[in-house]
Design a protein around this ligand. Structure first.
Ligand code: ADP
Ligand code: MG
Length: 755
């Protein structure tokens, strides 16, 4: 047992020494020291790097204040500071790790200390046990020598060995405990080793990071250096450029300077003269108000004198203008007197479809190639010639007018009519002068006379495509008025009336059936007026057209067997032109009466009865009265029988005095109409053939027979007579039943002479 105990003890001692060598406390310490030294080295390196970095930054900041790479630099610096921050963090981590290592080292020292203590305790215990073992061995030896005693001693030993056994057990348990302690220590050591390994790993990582940062720093540094070099190059280049530019500019400036110098030299005398001028101007400015006042005074005087002169010139001009106006009027009147203020035209319509075919529709009218005032009618095998103021052949049609306008190429605007007038058909050219004189303040009457179907309405109104006298006259009127608008204000009004069965009716009024009366103006001027006759103020041809249309609607037309659409009434369009000359205040009033007379055919031929007969009688009466009036006027009789019909009475002021009258006698060229044509032409010639002048005035005092009377006389028309009527007197101009027989002789006589 003792031997085994010894062996165990020896084993334990060996174990302890092994453990002591294994513990490696010194290794850990060495390692820690190594780490601390490494740390210190890294710190030194870092410091050196920072110093370098600072130096670099300083260098960088100094030359690159206005550098274009400043921004890039700032980015790099930002990166650098980021890296520095990260390095700082790493450093803090390192310090922390250091602290941990320190703590662990401390704990390790503590554990070692405790281990040392327990080892010392164990040594003591071993010492004690070995001592006791030696004592026991000595005792055994002594006992051996004393056998008697040995038994006793053995017994004692046995007793004591139990004790020893117990002690051994205790020691064993104690040993057990110590081994456990050693195991625990080993465990702790293992943990610590692991920790150490971890911290080593972290350190390696940190070192790698630091290396990376260093590389980064190196790169940044390199980049920075490169950039700085590039900037330096740029700077040098820019400096070189600026230098060369500056040299060039300098040269130019030098040249300029030289120029300026020479200029200065030349300017000096100019400056001297300028100073001189300035001084003189100053003097002038000082004297200017006085001069100005003087000049103003003289200018005012001159202006007032000029105004005075202009005034007197104006007065003189106005006086001359008025005299001129009067002269013009006088000349005009003279012209009218020479031309005759009653003119008679004849117009022959073409043969139409309505005339039918065969010998009845044959043409019976021919013209004189050399004289446009003569026409020949073949009547009952004889050629009868008539001379009027002018004769229009069938080809003088509105179509022709349209064609002329078309080829002239003038279509639009107010000037249209004026421009094309010279090439218009003769019909309207002749009418033109009358329209103009209406604007000048004269009264004008244009009548269309003739049998139904002879072309009265065609001549007066025309068709939409080929307008007649009415439209053209009004167009001319408006364009003339527009032309004079600079000096004159014109007011144009229109009225439309109809005379049917000797009753006057308003065609534009609300009540067309109402009969109107012709009255003498109560102001004693002798002027006539029709109370209730509607008057429309018009400003354009379109306005007038509307008036025409409404007039058409209301016009009374009846059918006869001669012409379905023949008009049995006189249609009047009355246009009043009132003018005011703004410069002189002169006022004019002119009236244009456009009359489409009722058919002049004889009653017997139209086969009318009853009311138709009465109608025809009225027409005959009024047409005869018109003939009488015109006859009386043209022969300048003292008395003109205006009152014999509504028509002449209404037109009294437009037929007398300075007034102008145009009678457009329409005839049909057809063989079947020769009788009526003859009548119409005789009527025309009658009016026209009355000689003007004092002799004929004296001679022509007779009156006209009515158409009815012509019928009584066996279908022959009354012819112009130069002999005075037996009963003719200014006061009894209109025919009376008693006068008819006495006049018939002269009519017959005249018929023979012209027939
Ligand atoms: P009125 O009014 O005398 O009874 P219209 O003017 O109605 O006669 O004419 C009768 C017919 O003759 C109409 O169809 C008309 O177109 C035609 N006519 C009259 N004169 C001419 C002319 N100069 N050229 C062509 N046709 C005409
Ligand atoms: Mg008609």
């Amino acid at each position: 047992q003792v031997e085994t105990l010894k062996a165990k003890l020896l084993e334990q001692a060996q174990e302890i020494s092994r453990l002591r060598s294994e513990q490696g406390g010194t290794d850990a310490e060495k390692h820690r020291d190594l780490l601390a030294a490494e740390n210190e080295r890294l710190r030194q390196e870092m410091k050196a790097c920072e110093g370098e970095l600072r130096e670099l930054q300083r260098q960088q900041q100094a030359p690159c204040r206005d550098c274009p790479h400043l921004q890039e630099n700032a980015v790099l610096q930002e990166q650098l500071s980021q890296l520095q921050r990260e390095a700082e963090e790493m450093r803090a981590k390192l310090v922390e790790l250091d602290l941990e290592v320190q703590q662990k080292t401390n704990r390790l020292a503590e554990v070692e200390l405790r281990l040392k203590d327990s080892l010392a305790e164990r040594a003591e215990e071993e010492e004690r046990l070995s001592r006791r073992l030696r004592d026991s061995q000595e005792t055994i030896a002594s006992l051996k020598s004393q056998p008697q005693q040995i038994k006793y001693i053995i017994k004692t030993v046995e007793v004591e060995s139990a004790k020893a056994k117990q002690a051994l057990c205790e020691t064993q348990s104690r040993n057990q405990y110590l081994q456990e302690q050693v195991g625990m220590q080993k465990q702790v050591l293992k943990e610590m080793e692991q920790q150490l390994q971890r911290s080593q790993k972290t350190e390696a990582q940190l070192r790698a990071q630091i290396m990376m940062y260093e590389a980064e720093l190196e790169r940044a540094h390199g980049q920075m250096l490169e950039e700085m070099q590039a900037m330096e190059e740029e700077k040098n280049h820019a400096i070189e450029e600026a230098f060369s530019r500056a040299q060039v500019e300098m040269k130019a400036v030098h040249e300029n300077l030289a120029g300026v110098r020479t200029n200065l030299l030349t300017l000096q005398p100019a400056l001297r003269t300028l100073t001189h001028d300035y001084n003189s101007l100053k003097r002038q400015v000082r004297d200017f108000p006085v001069l100005l006042q003087e000049t103003l005074r003289s200018a005012r005087a001159e202006i007032s004198q000029a105004i005075e002169e202009v005034h007197s010139t104006n007065r003189e001009l106005l006086r001359k203008y008025r005299r001129e106006l009067q002269l013009r009027k006088k000349c005009h009147n003279e012209l009218v007197r020479l031309k005759g203020n009653i003119r008679v035209f004849g117009r022959v319509r073409p043969i139409t479809k309505e005339d039918g075919e065969g010998p009845e529709a044959a043409n019976a009218v021919t013209f004189d190639a050399d004289d446009d005032a003569v026409l020949y009618l073949l009547h009952k095998g004889k050629q009868v010639s008539f001379e009027l103021d002018k004769v229009f052949p069938p080809q003088a049609s509105q179509e022709e007018v349209g064609a002329t306008v078309h080829t002239a190429g003038v279509r639009e605007g107010g000037s249209h009519l004026l421009l094309t007038l010279p090439c218009l058909s003769q019909v309207f050219q002749e009418v033109q002068a009358l329209v103009t004189s209406c604007i000048d303040g004269y009264n004008v009457c244009i009548f269309a006379y003739g049998q139904t179907g002879a072309g009265k309405t065609y001549t007066m109104e025309g068709t939409a495509a080929n307008p007649g006298i009415n439209q053209r006259a009004l167009q001319l009127l408006f364009s003339e008025v527009r032309g004079k608008a600079a000096d004159w204000d014109y007011t144009i009004t229109v009225s439309a009336a109809e005379i049917y069965n000797e009753a006057l009716r308003d065609l534009l009024g609300k009540e067309p059936q109402e009969k109107l009366e012709i009255k003498l103006c109560p102001d004693g001027s002798g002027q006539l007026y029709v109370p209730g006759l509607t008057e429309f103020r018009v400003q354009s041809v379109e306005d007038i057209n509307k008036v025409f249309e409404s007039g058409h609607i209301k016009r009374v037309t009846e059918c006869t067997n001669l012409n379905e659409h023949s008009s049995r009434s006189h249609a009047l369009l009355i246009v009043t032109v009132r003018g005011l000359d703004r410069s002189t205040g002169l006022r004019t009033t002119g009236k244009l009466n456009l009359v489409d007379l009722a058919g002049s055919e004889r009653v017997g031929r139209s086969g009318a009865e009853g009311s138709r007969l009465r109608e025809a009688q009225h027409i005959n009466k009024s047409l005869s009265a018109l003939g009488d009036v015109i006859y009386a006027l043209r022969s300048r009789q003292g008395h003109v029988p205006f009152r014999n019909s509504k028509l002449t009475y209404l037109l009294q002021d437009s037929l007398s005095g300075d007034s102008k009258t145009l009678m457009m006698v329409q005839v049909s060229p057809a063989e079947k109409n020769t009788s009526e044509t003859l009548c119409s032409l005789k009527f025309a010639e009658r009016v026209r053939s009355v000689e003007l002048g004092p002799v004929s005035r004296k001679a022509e005092l007779g009156s006209w027979p009515s158409q009815e009377h012509l019928e009584v006389l066996g279908g022959h028309c009354w012819c112009p007579s130069s002999s005075p009527s037996p009963q003719g007197s200014p006061l009894h101009a209109s025919p009376s039943p008693g006068q008819l027989s006495s006049r018939s002789a002269s009519i017959r006589r005249k018929l023979h002479t012209s027939g």
